[in-house]
Design a protein around this ligand. Sequence first.
Ligand code: F6P
Length: 423
Amino acid sequence: MFTMDFGSRPLDDLLDDVGLKHAFDKNLEKASAYARALAMDALPPFARRTGEDQDHAAIEALAHEIQRGFKELVVLGTGGSSLGAQAALAIARYRPSTGVTVHTPDSLCPFEMDRLFATLDPNETHVLSISKSGTTAETLAQLLAFRAWLEPQTKRPLKDHFSFITEPKPSALRAYGEALGSHIVEHPLDVGGRFSVLTTVGMVPVAAAGLSVKGFRHGAHEIYKAVGSVPETTAAVIGAALTHTLAEHRGVTQVLLMAYADALRAFTRWHGQLWAESLGKDGKGTTPIRAVGPVDQHSQLQLFLDGPDDKFSTFIVVPSYGKGPRLDPKAAKDNGLDYMAGRTIGDTVTCQARATQDALRARGRIIRQLTINALDEENIGALFMSFMLETVVMAHLMGVDAFDQPAVEESKILTRKYLAELE
Ligand SMILES: O=P(O)(O)OC[C@H]1O[C@](O)(CO)[C@@H](O)[C@@H]1O
């Protein structure tokens, strides 16, 4: 699980300093009441389904089939049909490999597809196509291209090379999978793509890579239990109430998620879709910014510190004192790194995360830190659930529907029109 703090002083004092305690308390009360009602009446399906584990057998069956037959897994899907899996899979590279190697070409890119075709062995490659709607052009185009690459080269039945996750209703993707005779697993009808990471969508790739589905779901379960019973103490509810208060009263228009671990880079991308697509509506919304430390200290921190005071920042930190290579004291001193002499890379990064937040706090910013003690399934599952619930509670405070995305459809229609007009 993870802990939350706002630095050395309690949040209430920080809010008092800027005259926002009363406004925050009102928002927290409203957010907590909503979270309690959600838990009592009907948890959002993305949370309820995660707790029931009803699809566990289907997830494991497909994952084992892939593992038994192949070394490489290509997950075709975009947006919510890929970002969650990528965020979850990012911890796999720190474990001994027990599953397949997963590739996630989530953006339609000719150069990336050519690279995959040039490097993958067709006989060892399984292609899992994920699309809730089953109509997304990018995913269908990739699928057709992969089949054209595989079919002339494979020695095995073509149907075994493909599997599908899509809704149980008619669509181009479902029809394609049925015609091939391949394994099709259901995408739940009542869970939107950006909320689907803990369903079959995120969990089949995770299981195929050898990670624990139960671990992710257990971490998530602990969070939604807490949000239902003691909402006013949870990161999800406090985070939503605070962001909304700062947006209403302090001109906050952006939310920064800065993670101090490479493995959380993909998590910040997942969060970007979740926040933007759920909340950017009716002329309202706050823009998500994704950053990873320390690298973005050297690219974006100048703006965060010295630019407009229009951001609410959350740092995710994995304390790593004593971890990683230790710098030889003499070599460090000889090269101008006296302050790192005998220290580990983990010591350095942990101190950098603290220093960056303190520098921001010194400029009067309210900064939230979420601390996880390890990059494991439970912690990442907990973060997934916490941010999904935070988004839903935030939508309630803002008065928008967290679960639709009507505006995106306009650009899809135009893309089809432009393609039809090509000479
Ligand atoms: O899973 P699908 O239906 O292919 O959609 C992929 C993504 O496209 C969107 O519908 C936006 O166009 C997202 O909401 C979704 O995650």
